[in-house]
Design a protein around this ligand. Structure first.
Ligand code: A2H
Length: 252
């Protein structure tokens, strides 16, 4: 972990329908709304969410944040959130139950600000339990990791034990850049000849290029701040999401 704290946006993705393996959760949350919480550094891209990723071998907890809401994330993240005052009533978050990432695959959730408003939870190999919340919202238009993983899942749905209909949403243009156009991540994945999510070295390079290109040269194509440079839109989209109760500031 670096010396400077990362300022993430915690995006609240409300569960609409649990996968069969996770369905029992419903009766154990005291009537609370349950949200998978994704940590992102690119809140301005949330219009382009096509799904959400968890690690299949990661243990998650369902934590009561207050009397009406519960968050799904790692223990580590829940503890950080408690320290950051997200559960003021209790000074610590209360663990309602534990759940394996694998059991949540196929769960249908809301995608805040998403042009496709409902998406599915899918598996990703490289989700780290030691970063963010352990939940990654997927924006394949602008994240090379997300695009490479979505492509893997589409190629081998049986191997990944997923229903092809869960991966039916194509990358959605969110912003445009002079060098890579409307779909920066797919273009970079092609250009760097990235074959799968296992090509971690090339993906790290693609991620770096995509981030810089989007931040310094990107212009928004969709949403409330369409037409604005990404640099200006980023804090505005974040503030708007937070104001609507769909996200919160999360640092680590
Ligand atoms: B970003 P940093 Cl469009 N394991 O959000 C692996 N990756 C994780 C993670 C975890 N536990 N928690 C968060 N992340 C991802 C959007 C996005 C992101 C776009 C483009 C680039 C990008 C949609 N996915 O990240 O190591 C999340 O994906 C590249 C910088 O803290 C989060 O932001 O710098 C980013 O990695 C945080 O990575």
């Amino acid at each position: 972990e670096g010396v400077n704290p990362q300022e993430y946006t915690g995006v609240k993705m409300e569960v609409i329908e649990w996968s069969p393996e996770a369905k029992a959760i419903e009766s154990k949350v005291g009537g609370r709304k349950v949200f998978l919480v994704a940590a992102t550094l690119r809140p301005e891209t949330m219009y382009g969410q096509t799904n959400c990723f968890v690690g299949t071998s990661i243990k998650y907890g369902v934590y009561a944040i207050n009397d009406t809401e519960a968050f799904v994330c790692t223990y580590r993240a829940a503890r950080n959130m408690a320290f950051q005052g997200l559960s003021p009533e209790r000074a610590k978050t209360e663990l309602l139950l534990e759940i394996d990432g694998a059991a949540m695959i196929g769960t249908k959730i809301k995608a805040p600000f998403g042009l496709v408003p409902e998406v599915y939870v899918l598996p990703m190999d490289n989700v780290l339990a030691t970063k963010g919340t352990g939940v990654v919202t997927s924006v394949p238009s602008d994240s090379p990791d997300d695009f490479a993983t979505l492509s893997d899942l589409r190629k081998k749905p049986e191997f990944y034990k997923i229903d092809p209909k869960w991966v039916s949403v194509d990358p959605i243009p969110v912003l445009t850049t002079p060098t890579y156009g409307e779909l920066t991540a797919p273009r970079l994945v092609e250009k760097l000849k990235i074959q799968s999510q296992k090509d971690v070295k090339q993906l790290a390079e693609a991620k770096e290029i995509a981030y810089k290109e989007g931040f310094y040269s990107g212009v928004m194509l969709v949403g409330e701040f369409s037409g604005l440079p990404v640099q200006e839109a980023k804090p505005k989209v974040r503030a708007s999401m937070i104001e609507q109760g769909l996200a919160f500031a999360y640092a680590e």
